[in-house]
Design a protein around this ligand. Sequence first.
Ligand code: CP
Ligand code: NVA
Length: 305
Amino acid sequence: MVRHLVSIMDMKNCLEEIIDFAIDIKTNPSKYKDSMDSCSLGMIFEKSSTRTRVSFEVAMTQLGGHALFLSPKDLQIGRGETIADTARVLSRYLDCIMYRAFDYKNVEELALHSEIPVINGLDNREHPCQIVADLMTVKERFTNLKGLKMVYVGDGNNVCHSLLLGGAMQGMNVVANCPKNYHPWKEIVDKATMLAEETGGSVKIIEDPLEACIDADVIYTDVWVSMGDEKEEEEREAAFMKYQVNEKLVEVASNDCIVLHCLPAHRGMEITDEVIDGKHSAAWDQAENRMHAQKAIILDLYKNE
Ligand code: CP
Ligand code: NVA
């Protein structure tokens, strides 16, 4: 049966295996160089991208395959062809589809009608590919994920959602440090809490940044204004100013803590120059790991169909 990565929940039983696979691919890239020989990945982007687009495209080239950038403006979707029909047709040409969408329901719809794997390249609910690379980066630094304290500081958004679920799946103690009115969705927090009960991890929401970051092994942040939220820019900046990841937060974290940011970063807003360029930052390894993680995701979905 065809498998998709729409939510990080789709990897509930294999997330650790995929993280380890991504680390092996990073260590031994030549072992996998023909794994997607003559295969094509279609990439539909409704929103901008630097990392996701380039890492998927380069990943496919390095695996011996090919990636096509598909803008919805140029596809017939832009002129009213349904997502279901698009899925039916693309399934006849391609081997895999990556979709970055405004609405998660459209990613679900594409997957429902696709005969080939669909990978969510970010929507308004989740960013599952990002979290594979993030947890890979944490595992490279700490060897084991279980029991680590990971604090997400900022907006309870798509990245926060996948991080809560993925971290809980790995038995981590995950904290969402978000201001009132910007908490992660309740359904996600409930799901993550249930996962943590199974794995021995925990999930907490703490509104005070200093309290949340005490003894953190990982501090993670993301933009305050996600793609699609631009109209709320002013009110969001006011609500999040106290949630900047700066030296004060790093000081209360564990001595060997790492700081992650999915990027793009807005320096001076959600993170300071000192922190993102400082000794605790692992943001550039994290960005690199997107490419190794994309390979692991593609190969896992494609080979285990
Ligand atoms: N982190 C991330 O997904 O970056 P892009 O928006 O550049 O793809
Ligand atoms: N939360 C951000 C992530 C960007 C990679 C957004 O959705 O714009």
